[in-house]
Ligand binder design. Structure first.
Ligand code: DQA
Length: 146
């Protein structure tokens, strides 16, 4: 089983970016925790980060033949991107959305999430652990569908 983990814009700065909101873990640390959990679950995890909406769309399209499911933190694009939503619907792979913070408890513009409706569910507000929960629940769904 193969899972693609996608991180959106500014998540490359984790560790130094607003640590009071996003915590102190770096993206590399988060990725290695996800890969380790994947290994425990018998899942091959590949991860990628991009600041560009088009690159994220390309990565989602590429996952059609390269992954069984997607974990995605679209970051700021969650609140704006019809294109990322459409890409997830187009490839029709099961996906789980993650947010480190809880956007619903933040500014009003973060309460709109255009990507969530193209996902099985959303895990928000639990910091880096959210990625592990998202991976675990995605794998539960993928195994149930087998
Ligand atoms: C975020 C929440 C978004 O609102 C924000 O734009 C981000 C990170 C999160 O993980 O909490 O960049 O997706």
């Amino acid at each position: 089983m193969r899972v693609l983990v996608l991180h959106g814009p500014n998540l490359n700065l984790l560790g130094s970016r607003q640590p009071e909101i996003y915590g102190e873990a770096t993206l590399a640390e988060i990725d290695s925790a996800i890969v380790a959990r994947g290994a425990e679950l018998g899942v091959e995890v590949r991860s990628a980060q991009s600041n560009s909406e088009g690159a994220l769309v390309d990565a989602i399209q590429g996952a059609r033949d390269a992954a069984d499911g997607i974990v995605i933190n679209p970051a700021g694009y969650s609140h704006t991107s019809v294109a990322i939503r459409d890409a997830l619907l187009a490839v029709a792979l099961p996906a789980v959305e993650v947010h480190l913070s809880n956007p619903s408890a933040r500014e009003e513009f973060r309460h709109v999430d255009l990507v969530a409706g193209a996902c099985l569910g959303v895990v928000a507000g639990f910091g880096p652990n959210g990625y592990l929960v998202a991976l675990e629940q995605l794998v539960v769904r993928l195994r149930a569908a087998d």
